[in-house]
Design a protein around this ligand. Structure first.
Ligand SMILES: Cc1cc2nc3c(=O)[nH]c(=O)nc-3n(C[C@H](O)[C@H](O)[C@H](O)COP(=O)(O)OP(=O)(O)OC[C@H]3O[C@@H](n4cnc5c(N)ncnc54)[C@H](O)[C@@H]3O)c2cc1C
Length: 390
């Protein structure tokens, strides 16, 4: 990222604080809340406005787990890591509920269903269920379709909740004692004495630590994220109000499609990215006919009685990582700059717990945690760039 001499107003205002947080999505806002409540002076620098990124554009589904069935996660990461990641997401869910209650925000305690599209996926549902039960993870198996919509089987996760992610983010920021500067893009991070100097559009901030909560935008801020944080587009549509057909959050087709009915009867549906994986990448904020038609077709086929009218369509940018787990660490050469990024489409399920890991390792001397960027799975993939350290 560069800035021109004409645009640079970073010298107009100099601020000092303990921690400067970059990005005011759900992760940055949670960091601001926890750190400021711990008595630290916190400044939040946000390029646009709170929840301007993926946080303000998602489906509001706070689900336990990762982006794949449990036994598949075990095959990929090993049982210990998969189980720890699941437990981390359950902890994230409990904290999300607590925060909603503390902030007096409504949420939908409706649980979720992971729906198998066909018999082959039903086999995965059964396999996942068996190992989740063995590991004491909360799950209920439905051997047939609990919705009676032509799905082959389902896993129910009763503790999952639906939220309004913008209200949650704004609520955390409002409850924090952090100073927020909006419309204030950060463009340089420099070491300074025992801390860091962060230059942004409206201010230069001198802090003991900086924490990046910039998710998909991280490679635009610092080159060491290139190849580690992959911007990936997701699209959504919102139907006109329909009679009640759904009282739970739904994932289908290995999580590629997801949908929920809001309290006003409108159905929010996202996904269909799998069919256009080669083009649904990058930062362009646009919807495309192919994906949108796919989403509409899915709804028509499974819920033919709902309104065919579409009220809204939008897109957002998620951050994928090479091994599917978030990244926590500090920048090489900038040990006072940490990051909690790369949520692989599950930031509501893992963002808070990942932010906690960043705080614990960076400020409280905890050893590298589950999502450390120095982890073995990344090393095996050969993507452990020397620029991203734990
Ligand atoms: C369509 C869609 C549906 C989704 N559905 C779900 C779901 O149902 N459940 C779920 O768990 N997850 C879902 N996700 C993923 C989820 O939204 C993200 O994982 C989560 O919001 C990431 O939060 P974040 O705070 O890390 O990043 P973001 O919300 O992207 O926030 C990053 C912030 O950093 C700011 N920023 C970036 N660069 C700079 C800079 N240089 N200076 C200052 N500020 C900067 C941005 O403006 C932005 O506000 C979905 C995503 C999309 C796009």
């Amino acid at each position: 990222m560069t800035v021109s001499v004409w645009q640079d107003r970073s010298g107009r205002q100099h601020l000092e604080c303990d921690v400067v947080v970059v990005g005011a999505g759900v992760v940055g806002s949670y960091l601001a809340l926890r750190l400021s409540k711990n008595g630290l002076r916190v400044v939040v620098l946000e390029a646009r406005f709170p929840a301007a990124g993926a946080t303000g554009r998602n489906a509001g589904m706070a689900l336990a787990g990762l982006g794949e069935y449990y036994h598949m996660a075990i095959a990929r990461y090993g049982r210990k890591t998969a189980r720890a990641a699941w437990e981390r997401s359950l902890q994230n869910g409990r904290r999300t509920r607590e925060l909603h209650e503390e902030l007096r925000l409504p949420y939908d305690a409706c649980g979720s269903l992971l729906l198998a599209l066909d018999e082959a996926e039903a086999g995965q549902v059964w396999a996942a269920h068996e190992l989740m039960k063995e590991d004491g993870l909360p799950v209920i198996l439905h051997a047939s379709d609990p919705l009676d919509r032509g799905f082959a089987a389902a896993l129910e996760q009763p503790q999952d909740i639906g939220i309004n992610p913008v209200a949650f983010t704004e609520g955390m920021l409002a409850a924090s004692d952090a100073k927020l500067l909006q419309n204030c893009e950060v463009y340089a991070l420099e070491p300074e004495n025992d801390g860091v100097c962060v230059r942004s559009r409206l201010a230069t901030v001198h802090a003991a630590h900086a924490m990046l909560a910039t998710n998909a935008y991280s490679p635009l801020l610092h080159p060491s994220f290139s190849g580690h944080v992959l911007p990936t587009r997701a699209q959504v549509l919102l139907g006109a109000p329909s009679p009640p057909v759904l009282d739970t959050l739904c994932y289908a087709n290995y999580g590629y499609e997801y949908f929920r009915q809001m309290s006003d009867g409108r159905i929010l549906m996202g996904g269909w990215r799998k069919h256009f994986a080669d083009v649904e990448i990058g930062y362009a904020d646009e919807t495309t006919e192919g994906v949108q038609k796919g989403l509409e077709g899915f709804l028509r086929e499974r819920f033919p009685e709902t309104s065919p009218e579409v009220e809204m369509r939008w897109s957002g940018v998620m951050a994928f990582t090479p091994d599917g787990l978030p990244l926590v660490g500090t920048l090489d050469g900038l040990p006072r700059v940490g990051y909690a990024v790369g949520f692989n489409g599950h930031g509501l399920g893992l963002g808070i717990a990942t932010a906690d890991e960043l705080i614990d390792t960076m400020l409280h001397g905890a050893p590298p945690g589950l999502f450390s960027a120095g982890r073995e799975t990344l090393k095996r993939l050969g993507t452990n760039s020397p620029a991203l350290t734990h």
